[in-house]
Design a protein around this ligand. Structure first.
Ligand SMILES: [Zn+2]
Length: 118
């Protein structure tokens, strides 16, 4: 019994020590490391939102403009409805990165007002 009691107090002291230990400092990331991290996250975030039906982009890699501004992307729907797409999507189409062969870069309209429908 005595053995268990001392064992318990050791465990308790250990927990106390851990609890009092200063929290591990977050490593300072350089700007480039942060960019790397964001680039790691972006495809996951887009996939997640796409599954929720919030993200339907018309570019093969998906634009970041709508994602970061609105947390969603309506550009593919806009494209099929003949509405303008965001600047990044428009530029992507001009560079041949569009996702739908039914459309050409001439079909894609630029959203000059930067007006988004939700
Ligand atoms: Zn877009």
């Amino acid at each position: 019994m005595r053995y268990y009691t001392s064992l318990l107090s050791i465990v308790a002291i250990t927990f106390l020590l851990i609890g009092c230990a200063p929290p591990e400092e977050e490593p300072d990331l350089t700007a480039n490391q942060k960019i790397e991290q964001i680039n790691d996250w972006l495809p996951d975030i887009k996939m997640e939102l796409a599954m929720e039906g919030e993200y339907a982009c018309c570019l093969s890699e998906g634009c970041n403009e709508c994602l970061l501004a609105h947390g969603s992307c309506p550009c593919y729907n806009n494209l099929t409805e003949g509405k303008p797409v965001c600047g990044e999507c428009y530029a992507g189409w001009q560079l041949g990165r569009g996702i739908d062969n039914d459309f050409t870069k001439e079909d894609v309209k630029l959203d000059t007002d930067h007006h988004h429908e939700h």
